[in-house]
Ligand binder design. Structure first.
Ligand SMILES: [Zn+2]
Ligand SMILES: [Zn+2]
Ligand SMILES: [Zn+2]
Length: 264
């Protein structure tokens, strides 16, 4: 049975967050098991396929993945690719799947281009709604809006297994018809839970994400099993004792932890 394992649940910068001395970050620095890695999942289906190469990759996987699907070019999703190079795993032609624009960056921008010159990776340009057929699971690329200032585009991925389908969608600007439909289409959805509310950051208008407090009113938890991930260090949902976590659970939703597994 193919499985998807959660490897990380934090926004790109992880918890603790560099330069931050909030309670969550201080507790993550001092207490065993309180730190959170950047959001990623591992699909096991014949081989092991990593979704997003985070800066925390060396703590997240114990064996080198057989392939990597990238959502987009931000901090939490791309830099782990460097660990496939000569200083680390020195892989041979590990397949990478991403938008053509993101692959162009990897092909041309040092130091990422060394991974191509040294044959550590082979790049596969995915068109929107392209399907990659693995063993028992088909993976489909689905473009979503996530800060248009990033010209290389953003994919969510749908993993369609023999029994169930799972959506991996960590970064979106808002719940628009496209992102809503994606959630409705699948059995399990891991979605953007970056911020609980607008109270968390002064510059949220620069980093648009739907707020979880609104998402739980807008999404249908009866139709799809919905889990929030990619939590910012400011998000009260990090604390399962919080009143916000109680509200989330009461509405029929949940968060995930590193190690959570879903069978497809
Ligand atoms: Zn992100
Ligand atoms: Zn913090
Ligand atoms: Zn992003």
């Amino acid at each position: 049975m193919p499985t998807v394992e959660v490897l990380g649940t934090a926004q790109d910068a992880g918890v603790p967050h560099i330069g931050c001395h909030c309670d969550q970050c201080e507790s993550a620095r001092t207490k065993e098991g309180q730190q959170r890695y950047a959001a990623a999942v591992l699909l096991s289906d014949g081989g092991n396929y990593l979704f997003d190469a985070t800066p925390d990759i060396r703590f997240q996987v114990t064996t080198v993945p057989d392939g990597v699907f990238l959502t987009h070019a931000h901090l939490g999703h791309l830099p782990g690719l460097l660990f496939f190079g000569q200083e680390a795993a020195n892989t041979e032609r590990t397949p990478v799947y991403a938008t053509e624009g993101l692959n162009d960056v990897i092909r041309n921008a040092p130091p990422l281009n060394l991974l191509i010159e040294q044959d550590n990776l082979t790049l596969n340009d995915l068109a929107p709604r392209a399907t990659v057929v693995l063993d028992a699971v088909n993976v489909e690329s689905r473009p979503v809006e996530h800060r248009e200032s990033l010209p290389t585009g953003t994919f969510a991925y749908v993993m369609d297994g023999p029994e169930r389908s799972l959506l991996y969608m960590t970064d979106i600007d808002e719940w628009d018809p496209t992102t809503r439909r994606l959630v409705e289409e699948v059995d399990i959805a891991l979605v953007d839970g970056t911020f609980w509310s607008e109270d968390e950051l002064e510059r949220t208008e620069e980093v648009p994400h739907p707020y979880v407090k609104d998402s739980i009113r807008e999404l249908d938890a009866e139709q799809t099993e919905i889990y929030f991930t990619h939590l910012n260090h400011t998000n009260p949902l990090l604390d399962r004792e919080s009143e916000e976590y109680d509200r989330l659970k009461a509405a029929g939703f949940d968060t995930v932890s590193a190690g959570t597994k879903f069978e497809l």
